[in-house]
Design a protein around this ligand. Structure first.
Ligand code: PGA
Length: 252
């Protein structure tokens, strides 16, 4: 039985004050959900206040991206060791918004995945197809290619405690969620790909769903055998809505 992971991706939102309030509200709810890993990922500049407020609570803090470099002449980047030092435990890598807006490649994302792992930060690898790729019947080929880049670079040992987030691009921020069956098909394929490398890795790796997940649709998604939690955008900015998703994960 895999321990569910419910992670909020706050994207480019918040303020120092709002971060403190949201952390307090989510962490007090997380206290009664000991069976679920619950995390939130604020912007980098709010990481210190988020980690300070979450310290000693059941809520973990993560980041939305991380550099593939450890240090040096890389203007504007933030290294995994730096966020680990502040207290971040998770790092989202390869979010579709970064792949699309910042030209992140499968290989570059794999390097970020390994950089996070090297600093003891658990990477959450985002994979997912666009609507035109889905319509062309390419969904499984796309997500497999995205996962393979990490497996080839990191190997089974390097994958470690990494998680995967299946996020169909057409479902992100659109209010249009994948059906539980659509998501399960992809999650099962991703787990199958891991199993080809190492059955033990496939059995333990968490594959979470992202894309317009909310309190009202979380339970039916989490009921699927290969859906181990969620990566939540919009709904994670509302503590009650986010905690409703975490409760659905706990009950699944
Ligand atoms: P959404 O975003 O929940 O707002 O669709 C999910 C994500 O981008 O991680």
């Amino acid at each position: 039985m895999r321990r569910p992971l419910v992670c909020g991706n706050w994207k480019l939102n918040g303020s120092i004050g709002r971060t403190g309030e949201l952390i307090d509200a989510v962490s007090s709810g997380a206290a009664s959900l000991p069976g679920v890993d619950i995390a939130v990922c604020p912007v980098f500049v709010h990481l210190p206040v988020a980690c300070e407020r979450a310290a000693g609570t059941a809520l973990a803090v993560g980041v939305q991206d991380v550099s593939d470099q450890v240090g040096g002449a890389f203007t504007g980047e933030v290294a995994a060791a730096m966020v680990a030092e502040i207290g971040a435990r998770f790092a989202i890598v390869g979010h579709s918004e970064r792949r699309a807006r910042h030209g992140e490649t499968d290989g570059g994302v794999a390097a970020k995945f390994m950089a996070a792992r090297a600093s003891g930060v658990t990477p959450i690898l985002c994979v997912g197809e666009t609507l035109s790729e889905r319509d062309a019947g390419e969904t499984l080929a796309v997500v497999t290619r995205q996962l393979d880049a990490v497996l080839e670079a990191a190997g089974v040992t390097g994958f470690g405690d990494g998680a995967i987030a299946y996020e169909p691009v057409w479902a992100i921020g659109t209010g249009r969620t994948a059906t539980p069956e659509q998501a399960q098909e992809v999650h099962a394929a991703l787990r199958g790909r891991l199993a080809e490398q190492d059955p033990a890795l496939a059995a333990r790796a968490r594959v979470v769903y992202g894309g317009s997940m909310k309190g009202a649709n979380a339970a039916e998604l989490m009921a699927m055998p290969d859906i181990d939690g969620g990566l939540i955008g919009g709904a994670s900015l509302d503590a009650e809505e986010f905690l409703a998703i975490a409760r659905a994960a706990a009950a699944a």
